[in-house]
Every structure is written in structure tokens, then in C-alpha cells.
Design a protein around this ligand. Sequence first.
Ligand code: NDP
Length: 681
Amino acid sequence: MSVLKSFIAGEWLGETPARPLPSAINGDIVAHTHQEPIDFAKAVEYGRTTGVKNLLAMDFQERALALKAMALYLQEHKQELYALSHHTGATKRDSAIDIDGGFGTLFSYASMGRRELPSGNVVHEGPVMPLGKENHFAGTHILVPRGGVAVHINAFNFPVWGMLEKFAPTFLAGMPCIVKPATATSYVTEAAVRLMQASGALPEGALQLIIGGTGDLLDHLREQDVVTFTGSASTALKLRSHPNILARSIPFNAEADSLNCAILAPDVTPDHEEFDLFIKEVVREMTVKAGQKCTAVRRILVPTAQLEAVADRLKQQLSKVVAGDPAVDGVRMGALASLDQCADVKAAIDRLKESCECLLGGTGDFQPLGDGCDRGAFLEPHLLLCRNPEQEGGAHDIEAFGPVATLMPYDTLEQAVAIAAKGKGSLVTTLSTRDPATAGQLVPMLAAYHGRLHVLDAQAAKESTGHGSPLPMLKHGGPGRAGGGEELGGIRAVCHYLQRTAVQGSPTMLAAITGEYVRGAKVIETEVHPFRRYFEDLQINESLLTHRRTVTEADIVNFGCLSGDHFYMHFDEIAARNSQFRERIAHGYFVLSAAAGLFVSPGEGPVLANYGLDNLRFITPVPIGDTIQARLTCKRKIDQGRTSPDGHPQGVVVWDVEVRNQKDELVASYDILTLVAKRPQ
Ligand code: NDP
């Protein structure tokens, strides 16, 4: 008899069966939870000591590499998860969203971490702001690991993605996770955690798993810890108002149920491609994962003139959806996660029917396809109609977490916005329109009530990732009823698990703290040109003040001829005199090129490539006769563990460049990005 185990304080725990977990397809028992109690105080302490220590022995870049290694390992072993995922009622496509979607999130965070996070464990969130007139005192922000544990409580509908989309940014941030999956589908999460452990990429203490309840876990949390939650609004309320969470101001991020809309704009009629796209999107969102997605479409807003056409097309498409055992050919929709869930959804439909008509479903002649499916948690698609959507409650309040959605007519755009807002805050809405002016008007009005807005037209449809798919680089989470939380959204999510602190001090101190050169800090000048140093030997603040160069008319003429840029400000004496500068000035790009000529060390050396500029500003004009000088300073070093195409290790070095004139005025300012070779071994 298979008993799931918790993974606590580095050991698998659980021998004695407790609650049986039935397959959603046929009711057969897939696994049991375990009876052995978990010592939550020990789990939290272990995370805070062993977990934090091991995670912070690595830096952001090393953790990003570990994330990638873990994702590669998981991908190689994904069939083990697919086999289990089937029992949750998932079709192959549903499993792919959960399993491959989860791995994709790991890969995304690995690559975002490598691109956007520094070496070390301090993120400098600039810019540095001078706080005095002479730049002796300045301020900036840093983000540092919190030193606590993150407790992630997840919903039953995404046993893999739900864990990984929270784990990836937490891991990058250097925070150990204690994951508590929803019990009903925890057998898939347990298998995923086993694979993560087996990958060898997970430092000891970085991940613990709870099978079953959380007991007194929340009582043991402290100020440095974090709790995230996905599930029902009622559980979110209960957990976020836990006395210890409140008393210690422990950050609590919630993603709860949401009554998401799809809105058909008035400019779209049945003869437009956007009409078909709208129908397809709604049908997909109602039936993927049998409608058990926090982002699924629950309310369908259509112009009154199109109500009948939309209802007819939806009924036609939804009645073609074959539900049953996903292993059977032709099945397009699987089961709900459990019989309990099925009963909950049926009860919600009954409550919806108090204010809505039922257009499709619930006739009693539904038969899921496949052996034993009469014991499974199947439900056919239900389409309801609310004729008076301006009334509160009903479909604006009741979330039937299954293949269920309610049609609502509207007459004006303002009315559509008001109806959408009655959901009291949603994760996502799709707007189907052909008219950019409608999108321009409606989207800003809808945005206040939504975490994400997906505008669907024929052009977007060619590549759209769909209404229901949260993406690692875009924010997931919505206001109000949707929980008021934020997940994903690129590196923002990593920042949720770091402490942001304002720091004030002299530029020299700020440079030492942030690990980045700050203008005004004491520079290091040596006999050796900084371009002649290998990556390891370069120090932050290492600097070169160049010789000077006086800009001549010949420079401007030559640069104009070479580049083809004969803009009047450089070549037309009269026009330039009438301009705000009152005289001809050098091209900004000439100044940039001349500065490179001043600071570059031309011989072969460890600087391998210049791959771009950041933050370029031309600040003071350079007229003929002005004399410029450049300062090049090593600003930031990032060791991404890269090698050149021929296998030589290298790192990224960002250089601060200031170009000044004879009056010491800043003429141009920018960062140069280079690749610098490491010392030959
Ligand atoms: P719950 O809110 O009951 O459960 C969500 C998670 O919280 C599960 O891991 C659950 O564990 C855990 N949990 C429940 N009570 C406690 C507690 N007192 N202390 C600590 N953890 C707790 O949601 P359900 O999974 O039962 O789903 C109910 C409804 O929630 C759905 O029908 C749907 O309406 C909505 N929902 C919304 C989702 C979203 O993404 N927005 C996702 C899933 C559901 P356990 O499983 O062990 O009870």
C-alpha cells in the first residue's frame, strides 16, 4: 500500500497509512497520506539554519545555474509525473500545463536570474540619489535575503506548477521553502519533490514537503519568514488573520478564487474572425483542466445584440466536448480533482441557478467515456445565463470551480466595465476587439480591477499564449477577491522574497555595501590600464582618467561624412545660432566615439567584447573648441559561469563612463557592458 512521505529536516517521514487519496478517474486508491505527526518547530528551525546556510553559501548566479540543472533533470524524468497526473483527472494537455508549465517556469527563472541578478547576495536597486549638494552623502536601496523560511500552501489544481512557480523565485532569493500541497493531489507533488532531491541540484535544507495538514506550523513562524497561499478566499482569510501572522507582520501573499471575465467588444460580429476566436477561447478556458483553473473564464460579457449568437455557438461547441478517462481516444475533458470537489461544484451550480437560467448541462443524461468512470469525478460543461448582470451577487459571487461559466449581456462599454467590476477584483480578463480605440478606452478602465488583461484580435491570436496561462515574466495575481497578491512577473517575484532596505552614507561606503561603483566614491588608480586586467583581478572602483582631446570643426565634418549624419545642429551655422545652443555642436555619438578613443587600450588583452551601452545620456553640448576627458571605472562584475565559444571562461564587467569638459561639467554619462576573460588556468 503506497504511503506518501513528508520530507522534513532532511528525512522522509511516513510509514503508516492515514487518509486514502482516490483517483479522480475511477475512485481507485492512488496513495495514502501518513499518520506520523510532523515536528513543525523542527522543520522551521532546520530551514532557518541548515537551509539558509547552504543557500547563502551560493550566490544569485549559482542558484540560477542550480535551478537550470534541476529543470533539466526534471524534464528527463517527466513521464513519472505524467503517469501520476492522470489520476488527478488531467488530460495530456492538462498535465502538460501543470508539469511542463512548471518546468518552463524553472527554466525562465534560471535564465532571468542569470541575466538580471548580480553575483553575490545583495541586489542593488538603484539609482543612487545624491542627498547633499556636493555628493558627500547619498542614498539608495538594497535587497537582501530575509534569512527566514517561506511556507508555500498550494491548491489541488496544479500540484507541480503550483509548487514550482513559487519555489523558483524563492530559491533564487536564497530562501528555503516548506511546501504544503493540497492533500487531494499531493501524490504528484511528492513525486516531483523526490525528483528535485534526486537531481543533486538542491542544497540540503532548501526544500521540505508536508503531506497532510499544517498543524501548528504557523505558530512557529517569525518576522523573517513569508507565507504564500493559493486556494479559496475563505482559507486565505483564515490563514492571513492567524494571530502569529498578524502579530509578527509576516508577509502573506494570497491568490484566491476569481470570477474572471471574457468580454466581446461591440465592434465584433459573427462574421469577424475575432468572434470565432472569442468562442474558442471561452470554450478552451471552460474545459481545460475541467475548468479548475484560478484563471478560467467564469463570466462571459457580450453585447445584447450578440447574446443569442454567442449562446448558440457556445452551446454548439461545448456540447461537442467529450468528457471521460483521458486515456480513451477522443476524450477532450478529464475529471474534477475529487468527488468532494464535484459535489462542491454541483452545489455552486444550484446556487447560480437561483439567479441564472441554465442553457447547457445538468440534464441528467451525461455519461463520461471510459471504464469505471461512473465512479469518477466527472461533470459536463454548464453554460448559464444571467439576464440582469447589474444586480449584485449570483454569478458575480459564486465560483463554481469546474467547467461552468455564465453569459451576461451588456449595452454600453461603461456598463461592461461596471459588470466586470462586480467580481470585486479578478486575476484576468480577455477583451476580444478589432478596434484599437475600444482597447485604448476599455483596458485602462478595466485595469483597476484586474491583475492581467489579455486583448485578443486576429493578429495576437497567431501567437497568443491564451487567457488562462500565467507567464513567468508577467505578473500573476489580482486585487480584492482574487487575493490581492502578486506572483511571478519576472525578477519582481524574487524581490518579494528579499528585504528591501534604504541605505544612506558616503558614496565610498555605498560602493562597498552595494558591491558597485557609485559616483563620488574613492577610486583606485594604478599603473595598469583596467582593460589589461583579467576578470578576477579587476577591482570594483578601479579607474582610469584619460588624457584630454579638444574637439575641432574637422572632427565634426569628418564624423558627419563618415556617419552620413548632417543634422543642422552640426553643420548649419545659422540654424545652430537660432537654436537653444546658439552655436554648432559636436554629434553626441562623436563624443561617445571620441571617449572610446581616449580610454581604450588598443592591444590584445583580456577584454574580449563590448556588447552594449546602458543608461546613455548626453548632458552638456560640446561646441567646437571644447576639451573633453573621460573617466572609466569598473562598476559591476557578474560571474555567470560563462565560457567563450572556444571554451575560455569569462565574466561580465560593467564600466561607468563619465565624459567631462574643461569646466568639469558632465558631458556624457553611460555604462559600457563588456565580456572579460578570466585568468588562464
Ligand atoms: P482550500 O482553500 O481549502 O485549500 C487550499 C490549500 O490550503 C490546500 O493546500 C489546503 O490543504 C490548505 N488548507 C486548507 N485549510 C487550511 C488550514 N486551516 N491551514 C493550513 N492550510 C489549509 O481550497 P480547496 O483546495 O479545498 O478548494 C476550494 C475552492 O477554492 C475551490 O472549489 C475553488 O473555488 C477555490 N480554489 C481556488 C484556486 C485558485 O487558484 N485561486 C485554486 C484551487 C481552489 P488540504 O488540501 O490539506 O485541505
